[in-house]
Write a protein that binds this ligand. Sequence first.
Ligand code: HEC
Length: 139
Amino acid sequence: MKRYLLLLVGLSASCALTHRPTAEDEQYFLTQVKPVLQQHCLRCHAGTLPPPALNLSNRDTAFTRSASGQNYIQPGSPDRSLLITAIGRVGTHPKLMPQTDLSLTDDQIGVLREWIEDGAAWPAGPLGQLSPEATAEIP
Ligand code: HEC
């Protein structure tokens, strides 16, 4: 019985590790998520910022933990992702993100939540490389 349980635990752990995002998941990241991050976050969260600061340049730098030990992005769990906490803060909270005059819209917050909920797919390679991008509102 004990051995059987161990086998089950082992199986589910390896499934979690080998879960591969679908092409559709990656497309959602590229068309919906990447533009929001590039236009609203990258000018501060990029470059050579070392951990524990959040560096959204690519998936390797983005999947880190804050100084307090919380994951910025916890695939499948938006409510346990510090990135979602930070953009959901209200009023004059000093760590309400983005730290600019222009807040994210509810739609943009919804996009980021849904992306993390669905596993936070983020392709490797050049497509998954993010850099700051100006918007009409923020030159
Ligand atoms: C104008 C610069 C700027 C922009 C734009 C910006 N941030 Fe930040 N962000 C900061 C700074 C500075 C800190 C560190 C704040 C501190 O620890 O006092 C920070 C901290 C954070 C943290 C950690 C919060 C915490 O509670 O420890 C998260 C998560 C975060 N930013 C996400 C984002 C996201 C997502 C965006 C885009 C929607 C964004 N930021 C846009 C400057 C910025």
